[in-house]
Unconditional design. Structure first.
Length: 278
């Protein structure tokens, strides 16, 4: 009865967002109205900002790192492509919702560990329904290992326990599983949260470079110079990656300009960094 009362409390009469703190399987989530956007909502999970949703504009991504991932994705494939995307880590499904608007024929699966959170997100936000977008409750590594070879074009890892990604999702053994699941021209993307020493990002980039032919790194200049805590996007592929000159220009033109590192820049960044293993 307790969980049923909580669920009813978390649902508005019209099925829309309900501000406040709500119980989920892994703790609590808080849904906060965006002070600057009447259509915007920010989802906090256990006190940490996790996602932003604009109900009126599914393509709008307020989190810079998500915009960087979106730019990299649209530089790799035309919007007419039937993109097969796997999102490891759900939150409010902001990226998946954005991709559904940009790639109308996309087929996407979002893997979310917290079943109660997944239910709330489905209730609150206008997410596309299966088969366009499915939310699968499960642990990211176990789900990835269960998938068929060459069954995805894009895998995005955006999983955090507090401020860090669980170690089993960072190792070479896991990256090799992701590579197996990807199409030969597929792309593996991770959101790496790191401190100014960039030790985690260097090891993650070294690990992805050990599995894929090409690796790129996207982050803002202050982050790459080790001046603050923040997000570093690392992507790997056996296909050409990040070669569209329009991508670098687009990344520099955002609200928080970002640099795109490839080739020797990545080699220098990972020099001396040990590959992560199980």
């Amino acid at each position: 009865m307790g969980r049923q009362r909580e669920r009813r409390k978390a649902e508005s009469p019209d099925g829309g967002p309900v501000p406040g703190i709500h119980s989920i399987d892994t703790g609590t989530c808080e849904l906060v109205p965006d002070r600057f956007n009447p259509n915007g909502w920010v989802l906090h999970i256990n006190g940490v900002p996790s996602s932003h949703i604009d109900l009126a504009d599914p393509e709008r991504l307020d989190f810079e790192y998500m915009r960087w991932i979106g730019s990299l994705t649209t530089s790799q494939w035309p919007v007419t492509f039937r993109l097969r995307a796997l999102h490891l880590g759900g939150g409010a499904c902001s990226l998946a919702r954005s991709f559904a608007a940009k790639f109308p024929d996309a087929r996407q699966v979002v893997v979310e560990l917290d079943g109660a959170l997944a239910e709330l997100v489905r209730t609150w936000f206008d997410l596309p329904r299966a088969p366009l977008l499915r939310i699968r409750v499960g642990e990211a590594r176990a789900v990835t290992e269960s998938l068929s070879d060459s069954s995805r074009d894009l895998i995005i890892r955006d999983v955090f326990a507090g401020s860090r990604t669980p170690v089993p999702l960072t190792t070479l053994e896991f990256v090799e599983q992701a590579r197996r699941v990807l199409d030969p021209a597929g792309v593996y993307v991770v959101n790496c949260g790191d401190s100014p020493d960039l030790a985690t990002a260097r090891r993650e980039a070294a690990t992805i470079s050990a599995a894929f032919t090409n690796t790129v790194i996207i982050a803002d200049p202050a982050m790459l110079k080790g001046r603050r805590y923040g997000n570093v996007i690392i992507a790997g592929s056996d296909a050409a990656l990040g070669e569209d000159p329009g991508l670098a220009r687009e990344l520099l033109g955002g609200g928080v300009p970002a640099h795109l590192w490839r080739g020797q820049q990545v080699t220098r960044f990972i020099s001396g960094a040990a590959v992560l293993r199980d």
